[in-house]
Design a protein around this ligand. Structure first.
Ligand SMILES: [Fe+2]
Length: 401
């Protein structure tokens, strides 16, 4: 066979092997995926895309050093190919090499100027690098002038503040409660200004891809709307900020179930897994219920790739049940219960209010039976609203087809 034909044959074989490797990833067989992707690379050693595939799969296998080597191989083969820079940056930031991650991500942005995700990631790395660098000595203040007042309140920069606010919570305790009860509340995580802004989006048709009106006892009574892409920055940033914490909790469940850890520590990497499974449609929704409204108990079962924990943010003020004069919605507690219901089944009724974030199990909660762990199916919903209006932001961490 002449060299040109041989090369074309190798290329086709390598591409087929790479597809098989991703099929194995989607089937959860990472061991097989690694073997196949290595064969793909061996079949066409000068293909940088295959080296990136190998780097990603080795990353899923927690073989970080080899994963980094694969991305570096891709960069040396194609120095203007943005993806391996971004992949390597994500890996290095997880390892704590912030400055190197900034430099790599800068290259990714330089070689893919149209990619808003890369630019967004770069600014996230830069702000992390800024927060890590020692504070500069304050400039001398002239004796006659008063110092500048601090204006960087959480309300002025609510988006950038979430990672720090979240870091201040005791995640070991929140994780224990989420594991034990299947749900947990983070009190007043989202400030009133952001709640107002988000709640005010409900009537802006241009922000939504689909609207569902519920008016049946088996589903509920109320309305919910799916955000269209790109979802509002405020929702995206909140999801990114919460994800690493819940991914650690979800991985601890996997370990107790005797499974390998499935969830990458950074949301973008998990989104990539959704994308590989063809799940690219945004899942965040706004829900609105008036008096008499409710959400019947249900499980969210869509998506082959799914994240076991979901987030709901209450955007409306809750009336003080002790004070008949106070304004806000009444009723509308968040509900979570085991199914099928038995005598000893857990049932949680959570009276969450403005800015409270409820983290809850999407489909099942972890239970211990003797010495082993298993999964108990759970359903969630909202109790009937007896007065006022309740608006909620619902955020699954996975995306839909
Ligand atoms: Fe739901």
């Amino acid at each position: 066979m002449n060299p040109k034909k041989q090369k074309e044959k190798d290329r086709r074989r390598a591409r087929k092997l790479a597809e098989q490797a991703w099929d194995a990833v989607n089937a959860g067989n990472l061991d097989l995926a690694e073997k196949i992707v290595r064969r793909a690379v061996a079949a066409q050693l000068d293909n940088p895309v295959l080296w990136v595939d190998q780097g990603v799969i080795l990353g899923l296998r927690r073989k970080e050093a080899e994963s980094a080597d694969a991305f570096r191989a891709a960069i040396s083969l194609a120095p203007t190919f943005a993806e391996p820079y971004a992949r390597l940056a994500a890996l290095r930031i997880r390892q704590g090499f912030t400055a190197e991650a900034v430099a790599l991500q800068t290259q990714a942005v330089r070689h893919a100027t149209h990619d808003a995700g890369y630019a967004e990631q770069l600014s996230a790395y830069q702000s992390l690098a800024d927060s890590e660098s020692p504070p500069a000595a304050p400039p001398p203040v002239p004796a006659a002038s008063a110092p500048e007042p601090r204006t960087a309140s959480p309300a002025a920069d609510p988006v950038g503040d979430w990672p720090h606010r979240l870091a201040a919570f005791d995640w070991a305790q929140l994780g224990d409660r989420l594991t034990r009860d299947g749900c947990v509340v983070i009190d007043q995580l989202v400030d009133a200004a952001n709640c107002d802004q988000l709640g005010g989006m409900f009537d802006r048709d241009e922000l939504f891809a689909k609207t569902v009106v519920m008016d049946r006892p088996e589903f509920g009574q109320g309305e919910y709307r799916y955000f269209r892409a790109p979802i509002p920055a405020v929702v995206d940033q909140l999801r990114r900020a919460v994800y690493p914490h819940v991914a650690r909790i979800a991985n601890s469940w996997e370990r107790l179930l005797g499974e390998p850890e499935r969830f990458p520590p950074v949301w973008d990497d998990f989104r990539e897994e959704c994308r590989r499974a063809g799940q690219t449609a945004p899942t965040p929704i706004l829900l609105r219920y008036g008096p008499g409204g409710f959400n019947a108990l249900h499980r969210d079962l869509r998506g082959a790739v799914f994240f076991p924990i979901q987030m709901a943010v209450v955007l409306s003020r809750r009336a003080d049940p002790e004070d008949p004069e106070s304004s806000g919605f009444r009723g509308g507690e968040f509900l979570l219960c085991d199914v099928p219901e038995r005598k000893k089944s857990r049932r949680r009724i959570i009276p969450a209010g403005l800015g409270d974030v409820v983290l809850f199990c999407t489909r099942d909660r972890l239970v211990r039976v003797g010495d082993v762990y298993g999964l108990q199916p759970v359903k969630h919903g909202a109790a009937r609203i007896t007065a006022g209006m309740r608006v909620v932001l619902g955020v699954p961490f996975h995306e839909y087809r």
